[in-house]
Structure formats: structure tokens, C-alpha cells
Write a protein that binds this ligand. Structure first.
Ligand SMILES: Cc1ncc(C[n+]2csc(CCOP(=O)(O)OP(=O)(O)O)c2C)c(N)n1
Ligand code: SF4
Ligand SMILES: [Mg+2]
Length: 309
């Protein structure tokens, strides 16, 4: 076989190369900015194009994989975490990005989210939280605030909403951050931090549904008179100012920050190192393989069947 002496230069990962389709979101939807930030992060980091996978569940936000030219799929409503977990565990060479909404993640998929988090599956999950079910045209979601009038709560929502940050930390996510779709640089920083984290990393993005909950996040947008207040993380520099800064490994401190009234704070609430299921499982597989010696997969399977006879 003729092997070329010099491999052809890799094509750069550009926005053009990453764009798959024209997004079908309503004009002004916050999700456009999330997509733009993701393109920019991939362009900046130049991950090998063939190693990127973009997955989602169902919802307006979950249309994301249609618009990104990478490996991708969207799956049954609420079942995006199990799909992404399978991809992550079986293909350690891939960067697994998962996108979805507050309904997909915290409602129908809430239980799957908990288990993906506790297992610390290596993936990056961007939850585009618009406080409503957008695709199905305005039902109350698990993050809708009390009093929000929707088709399912015509007199105003009465149920206590989920606090995404507290839920994620309690479930076992090892990286938990929050950002706002109008803050593109901050959104990019959070996405990059999340993708560099070895474990179940989640970024909640407040992404406005201009159709069914316009103005929902103005309180966090300085251009609309709101306050975008960033968490100051500890620098461990032994200065008096550092005393007041946030230790991202301190779970109780993270809950305290997450309890602040809306619009709350933005940035990294929590980040710890804990072995991923990926690393634990691959170790276990390697040990089992070593025990099986030179047997092929089929021979191992046949031996198991023989034992069951
Ligand atoms: C099993 C199942 N139940 C319900 C639906 C209907 N459904 C589709 S998307 C959706 C909610 C989506 O809300 P969210 O995840 O917040 O996404 P958004 O559209 O707001 O981005 C629902 C209830 C469905 N497709 N499948
Ligand atoms: S319905 Fe809302 S969430 Fe869906 S595309 Fe339109 S603005 Fe975006
Ligand atoms: Mg939603």
C-alpha cells in the first residue's frame, strides 16, 4: 500500500463547515445565540471535526443537532441523557455535547438526568432554559415561575419551580454553571470550561422564548435594565479579598449562591473531581479482558451461554 509521505493538512473547523441547515427557530429566539456561541467555541478550539457529536431530546432547543454539521441525533423526548451516556461510554474518542430544554431535562427527562449525573458520565450538557414548553406552544414547565400564565395554568402557575443548580448538584453533577444567552462571551467561557471538565458537566443557559415568555430574563440583562452579576471565584492568592470569593468545590456555598432570588448569579457554582463512569468502566472492562486471555468476544459469549445450559 502506498502511504503518502506527508498527510494532507486538516481542514479547519469553521462556522461554514459546522453549519448544517438554516435554524427554524422564531426570529429573536434566544437559542440562536446559543448556537452561535457553540460554533464559536468549536471554531476556537479546533476539535477534530469527526470526533464531535451533537445530541438532543425533543423541543425547540432540541432541534439543535439539525443545525450543526457534526455527528448528531435527536432522540425520544426526555431520553437524551441515556442516549448520550451510551455514546460517551462506548466511544471515548468522541466529544459528546448534549443540548435540550427545561422540559426535556427537568420534567420528562428528570430521572435520567439524575442518573447521568450520579454516574458522572463524561459529557457536556447545555440546558436552554426558557421557563416554558416552547415547541408545544406554552405549557407550564418545571422552571416556570409561580404566577406564570400558560395553557396548562390559565390562572397562573401554582407549583414551586425546580432550582436547576440545586437539583444538578444534589444529583451528582461534577460541573454546574449558569449563563445568559445575551452574554455571548460568558456563554462561550462556560461552554469551554464545561467541555474541559472530565465528567458530567452542565451549563444552564437562560434563553428567552420570545413567542411564549417574552422578557422572562430581562432582569439578568443589563441592556434591558437588569443585572448580570458574575460569581467571583477564589484565586487562592492569600489576599483578604479572596475570603469573600466563592470556592467552587464547596457544595454548601454553591447551594447558598443558588438560593439567591432571581435573576441570581451567573458563572461556575460547583466543580469537583470525581472518577467518571467512563474511567471506572473501562478499567473493569480491561480487567475482564485480561482474565479472558486471548478469547474473542464470541468465544467469551459462547462460554457464558455454555455455563447457563
Ligand atoms: C413522550 C412525549 N411526551 C410529550 C411530548 C410533547 N412534547 C414535545 S417537546 C415538549 C416540551 C419541550 O419543552 P422544552 O424541553 O422546555 O423545550 P423548548 O421547546 O421549550 O425548547 C413536549 C411536552 C413528546 N414529544 N413526547
Ligand atoms: S417557540 Fe419559543 S423557544 Fe420555540 S423557537 Fe419560538 S421563540 Fe424559540
Ligand atoms: Mg423550554
Amino acid at each position: 500500500m502506498n502511504v503518502p509521505a506527508v498527510l494532507p493538512e486538516r481542514e479547519k473547523v469553521t462556522k461554514k463547515a459546522l453549519t448544517a441547515d438554516h435554524p427554524t427557530w422564531c426570529p429573536g429566539c434566544g437559542d440562536f445565540a446559543v448556537l452561535a456561541a457553540f460554533y464559536k467555541v468549536l471554531e476556537k478550539r479546533q476539535l477534530p471535526h469527526e470526533n464531535i457529536v451533537t445530541l438532543a431530546g425533543i423541543g425547540c432547543s432540541s432541534r439543535f443537532p439539525y443545525f450543526v454539521n457534526t455527528h448528531g441525533a435527536h432522540f425520544i423526548h426526555g431520553r437524551a441523557v441515556p442516549l448520550a451516556s451510551g455514546v460517551s461510554l462506548s466511544r471515548p474518542d468522541l466529544h459528546v455535547f448534549l443540548f435540550g430544554g427545561d422540559g426535556d431535562g427537568f420534567s420528562i427527562g428528570g430521572n435520567h438526568l439524575d442518573h447521568g449525573a450520579r454516574k458522572n458520565i463524561r459529557l457536556t450538557y447545555v440546558i436552554m432554559d426558557n421557563f416554558v414548553y416552547g415547541l408545544t406552544k406554552k405549557q407550564t414547565s418545571p422552571t416556570s415561575p409561580i404566577g406564570y400564565r400558560s395553557k396548562t395554568d390559565p390562572t397562573g402557575a401554582i407549583d414551586q419551580p425546580v432550582n436547576p443548580i440545586k437539583k444538578l448538584i444534589a444529583a451528582g453533577a461534577t460541573f454546574v454553571a449558569r449563563t445568559h444567552a445575551t452574554q455571548i462571551n460568558h456563554m462561550m467561557q462556560m461552554m469551554e470550561r464545561a467541555m474541559d471538565h472530565d465528567g458530567f458537566s452542565v451549563v444552564e443557559v437562560l434563553s428567552e422564548c420570545v413567542e411564549f415568555f417574552p422578557g422572562a430574563f430581562d432582569a439578568g440583562n443589563p441592556r434591558k435594565g437588569g443585572a448580570f452579576t458574575i460569581i467571583e471565584e477564589k484565586k487562592w492568592d492569600n489576599t483578604p479579598e479572596d475570603e469573600a470569593r466563592h470556592d467552587v468545590t464547596d457544595e454548601i456555598a454553591a447551594y447558598r449562591l443558588a438560593n439567591l432570588p432571581f435573576p441570581g448569579l451567573f458563572g461556575v457554582f460547583y466543580e469537583i473531581d470525581r472518577p467518571t463512569k467512563n474511567s471506572l468502566e473501562s478499567k473493569w472492562v480491561a480487567e475482564a479482558r485480561a482474565k479472558a486471555g486471548a478469547s474473542s468476544d464470541v468465544e467469551i459469549l459462547q462460554k457464558t451461554f455454555d455455563r447457563m445450559k
